[in-house]
Design a protein around this ligand. Structure first.
Ligand code: PNS
Length: 194
């Protein structure tokens, strides 16, 4: 397969590189991944996954679900602002939001990967269902699962909110900027008598 003359060897290498480049997704130089979620609010487990994803993919878009029927504690704009406050250190990471089908949102970014985190076996069934449904909707979109650092395997946004609302200590579980926003939101809710 390889020619013996240096110029021919070079031509062969160029041909191999060009061939592998043609396998990259169209309209794209490199791989764009979407990391979707509610992020109500972002935890240090999410942040750990963002850091890992930013090393694996050329572009990572953290996409906040705009779904008011879930009655989030923070609006989509607030959740995006919280994310933007902490992803600035990763130059290939951006924040966006979406409503409707995730596969359609991925299409608007020409993304070929959906990134999700798995904390424990209990996450598996839900994640499997979503991944297979998304594959059915768009077979060209691959779901990639990453494990966050084990130190974060018990953290969820739901538990963080619950513990904080009951006066528990959440430092180290969420970024400090998020803890500050949680404090403000809880005192607003208390004032309103909610
Ligand atoms: O952080 P979450 O709440 O576990 O994230 C769930 C999310 C946003 C990934 C999921 O609810 C979603 O993708 N919603 C968009 C609607 C959709 O595409 N549904 C069909 C595929 S499962």
């Amino acid at each position: 397969m390889f020619a013996s003359r240096p110029s021919a060897v070079f031509a062969t290498i160029v041909a191999i590189i060009s061939e592998s480049e043609t396998r990259l997704p169209r309209n794209s130089r490199g791989v764009t991944a979407i990391y979707p979620g509610s992020f109500d609010p972002i935890t240090n487990g999410h942040l750990d996954l963002i850091q890992r994803g930013s090393r694996l993919f050329d572009r990572l878009i953290v996409s906040v679900l705009r779904n008011e029927t879930k009655q989030p504690l923070f609006s989509a704009q607030e959740r995006m602002a919280m994310l933007n406050e902490v992803v600035g250190r990763y130059p290939n990471v951006a924040v966006d939001s979406f409503a409707g089908l995730l596969v359609d949102h991925a299409g608007t970014h020409s993304a070929t990967v959906l990134l999700r985190g798995i904390r424990a076996i209990s996450d598996y069934e839900y994640e499997l269902q979503m991944a297979l449904m998304n594959r059915r909707l768009n077979p060209g979109l691959e779901t990639v699962f990453l494990l966050a650092n084990e130190a974060y395997s018990f953290i969820s946004s739901r538990l963080v909110k619950e513990v904080f609302a009951l006066g528990g200590n959440i430092s180290g579980l969420v970024p400090p900027s998020v803890e500050a926003r949680l404090k403000r939101r809880m005192s607003q809710l208390k004032r309103k008598g909610a």
